[in-house]
Design a protein around this ligand. Structure first.
Ligand code: NAD
Length: 339
């Protein structure tokens, strides 16, 4: 039997536990996974590209559990009432090879992506980070805001989206969070006075949303939306000004802001394992070139499996007294129909 978690079950679980607590627990779980970086068998994800989007498989294993996520990125979807990013996840037992868990992973991806941003911010932002600039107030935006507020004393958010309806949705959802919400008319206005910039837009193009003129000493840029070949958010001339942190260099070289460049980068596990500090000086400009890596999904799926045990067990794998008599299951069904 395989535990199956659908969207309503996950919604109820997060509501009971509290979204801030879930984000904090996931941040710790993902950080713990990065601390044992060497124990994972890693590879860049397998991506199939279309003119209008991408479908990806993200496998990773350690000695006990194998995890795989099926995820898409279709920036045009919201215009047709669908999500840009939707996902399913599987966690399997390495000893038997059997799946243990099949789960919705759209909400879980938003939670784990925000938790990953917060994990990096924990090590790379200045402790006096008070003002968050958010560019793109789509599906990921509230998760990103709340996860950051767990890690740093964020008091105000400057936010901007090209779609006023997305900005209204964000303001509505974030009301009551004890954050001063400042709607802005442009990215330049939103960036001004910010300590931390999260960019989470969805356009399949090489964009120049953040330019060198917007940079200032001590800034941290959390670049979430540049995660595919031909899909970036920062002007390339920003990169030489930054200390660039990545998840897994072989994948980020293909998909991240650094695609097609030879800029030196640091993989995050070096920071969390104490091989170097997250912030080399108070004035450095740090850039987290986030693309989403399978270890984060492994950590999120393992955390969910450990913490959400009250879910239906479904017969997704045949259960038979004689494992070599798989055909007998069909014969048993045929004879019960005939009876
Ligand atoms: P979404 O479509 O729900 O939201 C994107 C928002 O960006 C929309 O509201 C859109 O109007 C806005 N936007 C587009 N161009 C803009 C611009 N020039 N200035 C300001 N706003 C602009 O998408 P989402 O689910 O929130 O995802 C955001 C991005 O994050 C996507 O590109 C997605 O692929 C990426 N993502 C990355 C990870 C990761 O691990 N790094 C995980 C999940 C999603």
């Amino acid at each position: 039997m395989v535990r199956v978690i659908d969207v309503p079950i996950l919604q109820q679980f997060v509501a009971r536990r509290g979204v801030q607590r879930v984000l904090a627990e996931l941040t710790d779980a993902i950080e713990a996974a990065y601390m044992r970086w060497e124990t994972f068998d890693k590879s860049p994800r397998q991506a199939t590209h279309y003119d209008h989007g991408v479908i990806e498989l993200m496998p990773v294993t350690d000695a006990d559990r194998y995890a795989c996520k099926l995820v898409n990125g279709h920036p045009g979807n919201p215009k047709q009432g669908r999500l840009t990013v939707a996902a399913l996840g599987v966690l399997s037992d390495v000893d038997t090879g059997y799946p243990l868990l099949v789960t919705e992973m759209t909400l879980l991806t938003a939670l784990r992506t925000a938790a990953t941003s917060a994990m990096v911010a924990r090590h790379c932002t200045r402790s006096d980070t008070h003002t968050l600039c958010l560019v793109g107030t789509g599906a990921q935006s509230e998760f990103q805001t709340l996860a950051m507020a767990n890690e740093r004393p964020v008091r105000q958010v400057h936010y901007y989206d090209i779609d006023p309806a997305a900005m209204e949705k964000y303001a509505h959802n974030m009301a009551g969070q004890n954050l001063k919400l400042v709607p802005c008319d442009s990215i330049a206005e939103a960036v001004s006075g910010s300590d931390l910039i999260t960019v989470a837009t969805a356009i399949k193009d090489r964009q120049s949303l953040i330019t060198p003129a917007m940079l200032r000493p001590g800034l941290h840029i959390n670049a979430v939306g540049g995660d595919c070949p031909g899909k970036t958010e920062l002007d390339p001339s920003v990169l030489p000004h930054c200390d660039i942190i990545v998840e897994y260099e072989p994948q980020t070289r293909i998909e991240g802001e650094i695609q097609g460049s030879d800029h030196a980068v640091t993989e995050f596990h070096n920071i969390v394992c104490g091989k170097r500090s997250g912030r080399l000086s108070n004035d450095s400009i740090t850039l987290f070139d986030s693309v989403g890596f399978a270890i984060e999904d492994h950590a999120a799926l393992s955390w969910l499996y450990a913490n959400l045990q009250q879910a239906p067990e479904v017969a997704l794998i045949p259960d038979t007294d004689d494992p070599r008599n798989l055909f007998g299951l069909l014969q048993a069904a045929a004879s019960s129909r005939a009876a």
